[in-house]
Design a protein around this ligand. Structure first.
Ligand code: PMP
Length: 383
């Protein structure tokens, strides 16, 4: 049997050994409830706080600013609903990019449709990057929340969040700035203070931990109303017994990967450059991810005349696993690509390849060969 070529790392990553061992240890041995006052509970709390420290170290912030959640979806929901509730009826404007992940855009839509908020959505240019001046022009004294992702999950485009948030905080300090940094975390160097974000959201399973643990950085002094009420865990911001095993797995993955962020980035850059060069030689391929201001971990391209899903399954039959748009959209036309001004033709035929720190050139060669063969075969079938 051939070894699968997994190129869907923006959807999820394979958990690393360190993560799996930490999950196992915290299930099999240190199984206490971190809120218990006895030593078994204290051990669980200690382990969880090690994870908190590791995530804080990766974001260069105080561990007291880290709140664990079940993942980025919960953290983004908490950020949006929790941030706007501070202002009651006073401030009703929300400014976001037009291609936020649904865990941001859906809560915003809900506030708009049910509670009279005014949502301003800023579209990116054809390169997939938001113009900071366009975004800033929409932020005013009535804005309660400005939200922009760091790296787009479908194209890899890197957004000028620092420029956007520093403007908002300087001119409207009460406006809460929120950054979904899921696709940038552990890939790009990030310092919480330098982003000017009041809230930063990250997810474990995108960084070689297991599914079900995420975290939010909440800057000191920022008030966020919780979504869940109950036992008051996580400083009252996220009631419910913490999933210590998953959280510790997240911490272990971050500790294991931290020292090699730069080498990994270098590897992804080389892979990305190689793949782009090969794709450019195929006259039926259009590369949708811009070469500049884009994370090398993600590349999006369209294959003329072959619908995304058909190509995805043809590649799958050759043991190569990619994505059409994002995993969350489950095959629906990508609103990210259409918001960049791409034609329906390009959006309907888009493929997302997302690499990991262990992707090799050999795997890229296999992908290219499979794309060529699939294209030829599928065209033969059409005749
Ligand atoms: N934001 C972005 C940019 C993502 O790519 C994802 C995962 N698809 C999420 C949020 C949601 O993360 P989780 O699976 O941890 O809820």
């Amino acid at each position: 049997m051939s070894i699968p070529v997994y190129l869907d790392n923006a959807a999820t990553t394979k958990p690393c050994e360190a993560a799996v061992s930490a999950v196992f240890l915290n299930m099999a041995e240190d199984y206490g409830n971190p809120s218990s006052l006895h030593s078994i509970g204290l051990q669980a709390e200690k382990n969880m706080n090690e994870a908190r420290k590791s995530i804080a170290a990766a974001l260069v912030c105080d561990p007291a600013c880290i709140v664990f959640t079940s993942g980025a979806t919960e953290a983004n929901n908490t950020a949006v609903f929790g941030a706007v509730r501070n202002y009651g009826r006073r401030k009703k404007r929300i400014v976001i990019s037009s291609f936020e992940h649904p865990s941001v855009s859906e809560p915003v839509k809900y506030l708009e449709e049910n509670f009279g908020y005014e949502a301003i959505r800023i579209s990116p240019g054809r390169n997939g990057v938001i113009d900071a001046d366009d975004f800033n022009a929409a932020v005013d004294e009535n804005t309660c929340l400005a939200s922009c992702m760091l790296v787009n999950n479908e194209t890899g485009s890197i957004q000028p969040v620092r420029k956007i948030f520093s403007y908002a905080k300087r001119n409207f300090p009460e406006c809460i700035t929120h950054c979904d940094a899921v696709q940038g975390f552990m890939k790009l160097h990030m310092k919480a203070a330098e982003l000017f974000a009041d809230i930063i959201v990250v997810s474990g399973h995108k960084v070689h931990a297991v599914k079900g643990a995420g975290a939010m950085y909440i800057r000191k002094g920022i008030r966020v109303a919780p979504l869940l009420l109950g036992g008051g865990q996580e400083k009252n911001l996220r009631s419910g017994t913490e999933s210590v095993p998953l959280i510790c797995g997240f911490g272990a993955a971050v500790r294991a990967l931290m020292p090699s962020i730069d080498t990994s980035y270098g590897n992804a850059e080389e892979i990305n450059g190689y793949l782009r060069k090969k794709l450019k030689k195929l006259e039926y391929v259009t590369i949708n991810s811009a070469a500049e201001e884009t994370s090398p971990y993600i590349i999006n391209f369209s294959i003329e005349g072959v619908r995304s899903e058909i190509m995805l399954h043809s590649l799958e039959s050759r043991d190569i696993y990619v994505s059409s748009g994002s995993a969350c959209s489950k095959g629906a036309k990508s609103s990210v690509l259409t918001s960049m001004g791409l034609s329906d033709k390009l959006a309907d035929t888009a493929i997302r390849v997302s690499v990991s720190r262990s992707t090799t050139m050999g795997e890229i060669d296999m992908l290219i060969k499979a794309v060529q063969e699939s294209y030829l075969n599928l065209n033969k079938l059409k005749r």
